[in-house]
Design a protein around this ligand. Structure first.
Ligand SMILES: Cc1ncc(C[n+]2csc(CCOP(=O)(O)OP(=O)(O)O)c2C)c(N)n1
Ligand SMILES: [Mg+2]
Length: 600
C-alpha cells in the first residue's frame, strides 16, 4: 500500500479505534492534518486553542474511557506548549499519543523556523523526555508502521503513560510502500498475575486480619478492578480508603468506606490506616499528600503489615517496607485473592456485627461532623463546602465531575461522595491548574450521554478559559461551576496559616487600591456564547446548577464564594511539610516543633 507518512498515522489511528486527533495545525503538521481530510468519516480532527489543553482533553478522555486519543501540534512553540499537559498525564499514568511536527530530515541543525538545535539538532523531544514513556523521531516513512505499533504497545501496557512521536515534515508528506500493522498482533494478551505462593501468603494475612484496610489508587481504576475491590472488602470486612486517582472506585455511600488518607484527607481514613493490622495497597504510590509527608500520622508500617500490589516494580517498597510486594495487574491479583479467600472463608463473614465495623461507622461520622459548620453554613458569599452539598443534591450519581488545582479540587475530593469509577476526574498527582475546562471537554467526548460538571476555581478557570469557546463551538452541554473567591485562595490560606496573617503576597486578585478584582465570569461566559448564572447565596446554588443542567448547552454557573476563614478554607487532618523561612522566628519554631512531634 502506498501511503504518505501522514496517511500511515491516520490509517493506523483508525485501526486502533482512535476517534479524534486533537490539536492545532501549523506548518509543522500540515501534511498530517491533511491526511484526515479524506478520512473524515473514520477519524475527526478536534480543535483546541492551546496545545497544553489538547493533552488535557486526551488525558481526561483516557481517564473516563480507558482509551487513548492522539494529539497533534506544529513544530516549536506548539510542541513546547504541550509540556505541562504531558507531565500531568505522565505523573498520573494516563495514556496519550503526542505527535509533534519536526524539522525536515535534510535540514536538521540549520536552524529552520522553530527548530531547537544548539546542543543537538531537532532537539525538541528532549524537552519532553522526562515525562514520556518513550519518544521516537523517525527519519524515514517506512519506519512509521514500526514506530506506531511500538507507541501503542508501550502507552497501553504495563503502567500507562504518554508517548511522543516527533514527526519530521518531510516524513509526513512523502510516501512509501508499506504494510500497516495489525494492532492485535503487536500486544500481549493478559496483564501479569501474581505467583500462586504470594496469593496464598496474602490470603493468609488478610483472612486473619482483625483491622484490615484497603487503600485503593488509580492503578485499580485503570485495571477495571471495581467489582473485585468491593467483593474483597465485603468478604473480609475491610475499611476502604482511596487516593485522588482512586476516588470513585468504591461507592462512597457504602458503610465500609472510610474516605481519604492524608492531610487534606479525613479523620476516619487516618485513624483506621494508623491502626490497621494489615494494609492492602492497590495501584498507589504513597505520595506525601496522602501520608502526612511520611510521618507517623497516617501509616505506621511496621507494625502494620503492608501488602502492596502494583503493575510497576518501582513502586513496591519505595516509601514503606512491604510484608509482601506483588508486581501484577490489580484486577487479576484481586481476583486471585478472592478465590484463595473463598477457600478459607466458607460462610460470608458477618462483618457488620464486628466492633471494627462500628469503629468505621463512628470514625466516618466524626469526620463529617468535623466540618458540618462549613457544609451547613447559610452565609453569603457561600462557602465552597455548602455549594458542593447543594451541587451533589442536583447532579446525578453517574455524572462526571472534573476539577483542577485549587480549593475546589481539594474539597470535591475531600467532601463530595462519588459512586462509580471514572466519575471523579482530577489533575491529582501533578495537580495542574487549568485542567478543568479542557478536562471536562475530554470527559464529555468520552461519555457523550453522561452529564459532565467542571468544578473550577477562578484561578484554574482563567488558566484555560479560552477552551470554553471550543465547548460552545461543539455544543457540549458541560456545566462549569466557577468558585470565584478573587484569587489563589488555597495558596493564600497557606501563606496565612503557615507564615502568618501578614505574609499574604500575590495571591489575591486586587486592583491598585487593594480592592478585590474579578472579571464577571457570568458575563464572560455569555460573550463566549455559553449560558450563565451567578449567585453568592447558598439557597440559590441548587437552582442555578439545575437550570444550567436543564439548558443542555455549555453553561457557566459563577458562585461568589467566601474568602474568610474558616468558611473559606478546608480541614486538615494531618501534617503536610510546608517549610517555613528561618527569619519568621515564631512560625519556624512552631513548624520545627510540629515536625519533631509528627516524626516520632
Ligand atoms: C499550573 C499551576 N500553577 C500553580 C499551581 C499552584 N497552585 C495550586 S492551587 C493554586 C490556586 C488555585 O486558585 P483557584 O483555582 O482560584 O482556586 P482557589 O484555591 O482560589 O479556590 C495554585 C496557584 C499549580 N498547581 N498549577
Ligand atoms: Mg480562587
Amino acid at each position: 500500500m502506498r501511503l504518505t507518512g501522514g496517511e500511515i498515522v491516520a490509517e493506523y489511528l483508525i485501526r486502533e479505534g482512535v476517534p479524534y486527533l486533537v490539536g492545532i495545525p501549523g506548518h509543522g503538521n500540515l501534511a498530517l492534518f491533511d491526511a484526515l481530510v479524506d478520512r473524515r468519516k473514520k477519524i475527526a480532527a478536534f480543535p483546541v486553542l492551546h496545545e497544553q489543553c489538547a493533552v488535557h482533553v486526551a488525558d481526561a478522555y483516557h481517564r473516563v474511557s480507558g482509551r487513548p486519543l492522539a494529539v497533534s501540534t506544529s513544530i516549536g512553540p506548539g510542541a513546547a506548549n504541550t509540556a505541562c499537559g504531558v507531565a500531568q498525564a505522565y505523573v498520573d499514568s494516563s495514556a496519550v499519543l503526542v505527535i509533534t511536527g519536526s524539522v525536515h530530515t535534510y535540514m536538521r541543525g540549520r536552524s529552520v523556523l522553530q527548530e531547537i538545535d544548539r546542543t543537538h539538532w531537532a532537539n525538541f523531544p528532549r524537552m519532553l523526555e522526562p515525562v514520556v514513556k518513550q519518544w521516537w523521531q523517525p527519519s524515514r516513512v517506512d519506519q512509521l508502521p514500526f514506530v506506531l505499533h511500538r507507541a501503542f504497545n508501550l502507552m497501553l501496557t504495563g503502567r500507562r503513560g504518554p508517548v511522543l512521536i516527533d514527526l519530521p515534515m518531510d516524513v509526513q508528506a512523502e510516501a512509501a510502500d508499506v504494510e500497516l500493522p495489525e494492532p492485535s498482533q503487536r500486544r500481549p494478551l493478559n496483564p501479569p498475575a501474581a505467583h500462586p505462593q504470594d496469593v496464598e501468603r496474602a490470603a493468609n494475612l488478610l483472612s486473619r486480619a482483625k483491622r484490615p484496610v484497603m487503600l485503593v489508587g488509580g492503578g485499580a481504576v485503570t485495571a477495571e478492578a471495581a467489582s473485585e475491590v468491593r467483593k474483597l472488602a465485603e468478604m473480609i470486612g475491610a475499611a476502604v480508603v482511596t487516593t485522588w486517582s482512586g476516588k470513585g472506585i468504591f461507592p462512597e455511600d457504602h458503610q465500609l468506606y472510610a474516605w481519604h488518607p492524608g492531610s487534606i484527607g479525613s479523620l476516619s481514613a487516618n485513624r483506621l490506616c494508623g491502626e490497621a493490622d494489615v494494609l492492602l495497597a492497590v495501584g498507589t504510590r504513597f505520595v506525601d499528600w496522602t501520608t502526612a509527608s511520611y510521618t507517623q500520622q497516617v501509616y505506621r508500617i511496621p507494625p502494620t503489615k503492608l501488602i502492596h500490589i502494583d503493575i510497576e516494580e518501582r513502586e513496591i517498597g519505595k516509601n514503606y517496607p512491604v510484608e509482601l510486594g506483588i508486581r501484577a495487574d490489580a484486577k487479576i491479583v484481586l481476583g486471585q485473592l478472592l478465590a484463595a479467600l473463598a477457600d478459607r472463608i466458607k460462610e460470608p463473614r458477618d462483618y457488620k456485627s464486628s466492633s471494627y465495623f462500628k469503629e468505621i461507622i463512628k470514625a466516618r461520622k466524626e469526620f463529617f461532623d468535623s466540618f458540618r459548620d462549613r457544609r451547613e453554613s447559610n452565609a453569603s458569599p457561600v462557602s465552597i463546602s455548602r455549594a458542593l452539598v447543594e451541587m451533589r443534591n442536583v447532579v446525578q450519581r453517574d455524572s462526571i465531575w472534573v476539577s483542577g488545582a485549587g480549593l475546589p479540587q481539594s474539597q470535591v475530593y475531600q467532601e463530595v461522595p462519588f459512586f462509580e469509577p471514572r466519575t471523579h476526574i482530577t489533575s491529582g498527582g501533578f495537580s495542574t491548574m487549568g485542567f478543568t475546562v479542557p478536562g471536562a471537554i475530554g470527559a464529555q467526548l468520552a461519555a457523550p450521554k453522561r452529564r459532565v460538571i467542571g468544578v473550577a476555581g477562578d484561578g484554574d478557570f482563567l488558566n484555560s478559559i479560552q477552551e470554553l469557546a471550543i465547548a460552545v463551538q461543539r455544543s457540549l452541554p458541560i456545566v462549569y461551576v466557577v468558585m470565584n473567591n478573587c484569587g489563589w485562595q488555597s495558596i493564600r490560606n497557606l501563606q496565612r496559616t503557615a507564615y502568618g496573617e501578614k505574609r499574604v503576597i500575590n495571591t489575591q486578585f486586587v486592583d491598585r487600591d487593594g480592592d478585590f478584582f474579578s472579571p464577571n465570569f457570568a458575563d464572560v461566559a455569555k460573550a463566549f456564547g455559553a449560558k450563565s448564572w451567578r449567585t453568592d447565596k447558598p439557597s440559590e446554588v441548587g437552582k442555578c446548577v439545575r437550570d444550567a443542567l436543564n439548558c443542555e448547552q455549555t453553561a457557566v454557573v459563577e458562585l461568589l464564594t467566601t474568602r474568610d476563614l474558616p468558611l473559606g478554607g478546608l480541614s486538615k487532618y494531618a501534617w503536610w511539610d510546608v517549610p517555613v523561612p528561618e527569619y519568621l522566628k515564631s512560625e519556624r519554631k512552631e513548624y520545627e516543633k510540629e515536625r519533631a512531634e509528627v516524626k516520632s
